[in-house]
Design a protein around this ligand. Structure first.
Ligand SMILES: Cc1cc2nc3c(=O)[nH]c(=O)nc-3n(C[C@H](O)[C@H](O)[C@H](O)COP(=O)(O)O)c2cc1C
Length: 403
């Protein structure tokens, strides 16, 4: 009988396997996106518009892919971006954290994740904890104190969310609680994905929709994903003063995720952040925001000397990582790529994805004739005219209607 090799050779194959394994609503939650889905598509497609200019001889026999992010040495410039997705795999973020630790990189843990920060830090001491601006200041302090006490090495504040979620292709129906009624409704989806269901049952559990990092007390009753979402929707959005306040409360390394505009990047520097990620939330925020790789060069040029600039959005190949570095990123963060790996083959699937990115990046550095990722530059690529988007560079008065 033919048995499938558990190793997959591209991230797109991991996506195909994830689609076959997961219940349709869980898979659809990973696809995410909003409105017409233009931005997630542009995030990936834009990378293909940047073309390689490879050399034929004089290649380096060994390549160094290592770097540091916020002072932490990592084996390659790829980090795990925080994602709050439930029910992908029973080991969830702990499996992702273990894979990241094995491959020598940083784990980003969402506050909407399914596993407690204490367990995730135990699996990977280089964990960054991610927070949205949700709840009162006292609640926020309690949550960051907990992450600090658990040993999180940095705080990621994600601020690019506008609750724009309508999708032309429809959104998955996800129950608030997995009670008996929801189980009965959900059963047909689980039945057609027996391997997924068995992975939970064999761990002595059923898929859960709680967010333990937002519980008022460690180990105490946690809100469900949708209860936490409700709190967030009711919280007044943060000001730049709030950002500076949060940065000060945390005290340690601080990364602001979600910047696409040059003026915001400069304000982030003023607020005291140590790093930003040029991000559009994987295309899940305002649809038709440009691909992050288009926004990166202007942001990196404006603030890259003062703070660390990362990028996330659409990274599926090692060559994409090389392109982001050449256009000014210190490192990239990945989202869907590792979620598909996790769905396809648990911890090993995430390691598989990280290995693919490492191999692809190494090939790019080799072909471009470099011995280190730090030598990558614009000159290694053809970037077509009109590719870049310098958002937030026009003075406001220039944008005002003329009288
Ligand atoms: C299903 C899903 C859930 C996400 N949840 C979070 C989250 O809880 N916190 C956060 O900062 N970003 C979240 N993101 C955004 C990712 O951290 C990252 O910005 C994005 O996935 C990068 O794009 P990519 O998926 O194309 O790699 C989520 C993204 C997806 C696809």
């Amino acid at each position: 009988m033919w048995t499938q090799n558990p190793w997959f050779e591209t991230v797109l194959e991991a996506q195909r396997r994830a689609k076959r394994r997961l219940p349709p609503s869980v898979y659809a939650a990973l696809i995410a996106g909003s409105e017409r889905g233009h931005t997630p598509q542009d995030n990936t497609d834009a990378f293909a518009e940047i073309e390689f200019a490879p050399h034929v001889a004089g290649h380096a026999p060994q390549r160094d892919l290592s770097t540091t992010v916020l002072g932490i040495p990592i084996s390659m410039p790829v980090l795990i971006s925080p994602t709050g997705v439930q029910a992908v795999h029973p080991d969830g973020e702990v499996a992702v954290a273990r894979a990241a630790a094995k491959r020598g990189t940083i784990m980003g843990l969402s506050s909407f994740a399914s596993k407690p920060v204490e367990d995730v830090v135990a699996a990977n001491p280089n964990t960054f904890f991610q927070l949205y601006w949700t709840g009162s200041r006292e609640t926020i302090i309690q949550r960051i104190d907990r992450a600090r006490a658990a040993g999180a090495k940095a705080l990621i504040a994600t601020l690019d969310w506008s609750f724009s979620i309508g999708r032309d292709w429809g959104s998955p129906v996800i129950p608030d609680r997995l009670n008996l009624k929801a189980m009965v409704e959900f059963a047909p989806q689980a039945v057609i994905r027996p391997k997924w269901l068995w992975s939970y049952v064999s761990h002595g559990m059923l898929p859960d929709l709680q967010v333990p990092n937002l519980a008022p007390a460690i180990g105490g009753p946690a809100p469900t994903f949708f209860e936490a979402y409700g709190e967030w929707q009711q919280t007044p959005p943060p000001t730049w003063e709030d950002v500076a306040w949060l940065r000060e409360q945390w005290g340690g390394p601080f990364l602001l995720k979600g910047v696409t505009r040059v003026d915001d990047a400069k304000r982030a520097v003023d607020a005291g952040v140590d790093a930003i990620s040029v991000s559009n939330h994987g295309g899940n925020n305002l649809d038709t925001t440009p691909a992050t790789i288009r926004c990166l060069p202007a942001v990196a040029e404006a603030v890259g000397e003062q703070i660390e600039v990362l990028l996330d959005g659409g990274v599926r190949r090692g060559g994409d990582v090389a392109k982001a570095l050449a256009l000014g990123a210190r490192a990239v963060m990945i989202g869907r790529a590792y979620l598909w790996g996790l769905a396809a083959n648990g911890q090993k699937g995430v390691e598989n994805v990280l290995d693919l990115l490492r191999m692809g990046l190494d090939s790019a550095v080799l072909g471009l004739g470099h011995g280190s990722i730090h030598e990558l530059s614009h000159d290694d690529f053809y970037v077509p005219d009109g590719f870049e988007r310098a958002l937030g560079t026009a003075a406001r008065q220039d944008l005002a209607p003329r009288s």
